[in-house]
Design a protein around this ligand. Sequence first.
Ligand code: SF4
Ligand code: MG
Length: 321
Amino acid sequence: MSAIVKVEDLTRIFDVSKPWLNRVIERSPRALLTAVSEVSFEIEENSVYALVGESGSGKSTIGKIMVGLVPPSRGRVEVDGVDLATETDRAKVDAVRADIQMIFQDPYASLNPRWTVRDIINEPVSIKGGDTKGLAERLLEQVGLSAVDAGKYPHEFSGGQRQRICIARALAAGPRIIVCDEPTSALDVSVQSQVLNLMSDLREELGLTYLFISHDLTVVHHMADKIGVLYLGGLVEEAPRDRLFDAPKHPYTQMLFDAAPRMDAFGREVDPPKGEIPDAINPPPGCPFHPRCPIAVDRCREERPRLRPIGETRVACHLAE
Ligand code: SF4
Ligand code: MG
């Protein structure tokens, strides 16, 4: 197997200053938020690479950079050997971009309510003047809906069916890579696994590669071959799925597993809070996790740990072994 995606030192900084404040006070401070910090990973062709982390960990920003919705501040995203940020040959970039599609979290917000399902699915192809005859009908059947659904409108479908329509639209241009940003978290639990199974089947049938973004460890366990754990924009641990679940090495990964929803005595989900996520505008010095880390030592407050390999795992922790 070879890497189809190579992400190197990817960094994205947002300016979140409030210029309107300048009129109120003399000068508002310039506020920079590092959403993604020096992230590197590779995705093997026809595999699922999952990025997990809490909200604000940078996972969605990485997804948006992958599909070109957000430019990186630094670093590379190389697909099939083409660096999307610096390649100057427009035709090359367009060819690679056409190979990457995205499925978003909210199937209600991402479908135009005034368009028929046919027009929605065909759009990525018709916009380029491609042949769309029978395309939507064929794709609807491929995602478990029916050809006659092509003439209907989004409001006639349930959430799970709408996400199938989004998947059909993502497939229309014949992509090789699909970025899936929390694709089932807006759906009822009862339909989540149906949509995930469909995505797994499509990967096999079509030889797709997924970058799968989620905060949900159950979903990630179901889907992923390899998992990267993000904290405050940085990768803190990466390992093949079973390795990560059997032997998490980073204290933050261990905390994520401890905090995964469990049932209390009344059958309700309990999600024990374990400290606040620090402010990404003023991240803590040293290891960004040290304010929440149960085993932090002095060195952790001063020196930022780099990712280093331990067996099949890469981990950014001074004390991991
Ligand atoms: Fe905890 Fe220190 Fe490891 Fe950071 S480097 S995770 S603070 S032990
Ligand atoms: Mg998100």
